[in-house]
Design a protein around this ligand. Structure first.
Ligand SMILES: *Cc1c(COP(=O)(O)O)cnc(C)c1O
Length: 219
């Protein structure tokens, strides 16, 4: 199957309120261009250096999403252009994103990553940490970032019940904070679902799916 037909098949099955992020990590620019020519404008990468190289080469009307774990010292490389950072998991990182955004006189949209999986993972806030962050004085001072919602990754398992439980939990946490409206917080997005579980994620309330291998093939 071609990249174009993979993309079209997925897009045809998506409800209108769900945004597709084409996850192009490890894939060559020639593959990304095929997706671009098929109309795709949102691409997701998990390494800042690789994303920046692709941003330099690719057409400028693309929205680049950083979906991987972000180290503070690398934020500056994507600050001029990144469209949405999915994996923000600390106030310290938000402060650095804010600082770099300010340097470029822009606002950078972010999602807060929530830890929902049962397996050992280093990344993501729990519910208490999320509430603490959103209500902190330091957070309110950040004028050059905007929180658009939450992101989560389910446990890597074939057990659909467990995945459903974790997605449902992310939706529950989202619903518990979605009324919160501050100048730097406008909650509309739940980024959950990948190639193997995006249909389930949409059933559970996802509004943004991150699909790699089902579009570009295995890595
Ligand atoms: C790689 C990756 C994806 C895409 O995974 P596929 O199974 O190839 O669709 C989605 N989200 C994150 C955070 C990733 O790192």
């Amino acid at each position: 199957m071609s990249i174009q037909s993979n993309l079209n098949t997925i897009k045809e099955s998506l409800p209108e309120h769900v945004t597709l992020v084409a996850v192009s990590k490890t894939k060559p620019v020639s593959d990304l261009l095929q997706a671009y020519e098929a109309g795709q404008r949102i691409f997701g990468e998990n390494k800042i250096q690789e994303m920046t190289e692709k941003w330099e080469e690719m057409p400028k009307d693309i929205q680049w999403h950083m979906i991987g774990h972000v180290q503070s010292n690398k934020v500056k490389f994507m600050a001029p252009y990144v469209s949405l950072i999915h994996g923000v998991d600390s106030l310290k990182l938000l402060q650095e994103i804010n600082k770099q955004a300010l340097k470029h006189n822009r606002t950078i949209d972010c999602l807060l990553q929530i830890y929902i999986a049962e397996e050992e993972s280093k990344f993501g806030l729990d519910e208490n940490e999320l509430n603490e962050l959103l209500t902190s004085v330091q957070f309110k001072e950040l004028k050059n970032i905007r929180i658009l919602g939450l992101m989560g990754m389910a446990t890597f398992t074939k057990n659909q019940n467990q995945i459903k439980k974790e997605f449902t939990r992310l939706k529950f946490i989202f619903d518990s904070i979605k009324e919160l409206k501050t100048e730097n917080c406008n909650l509309s997005t739940i980024s959950m679902g990948m190639s193997g579980d995006y249909q389930l994620a949409i059933e559970c309330g996802s509004t943004m799916i991150r699909i790699g291998s089902s579009i570009f093939g295995g890595r």
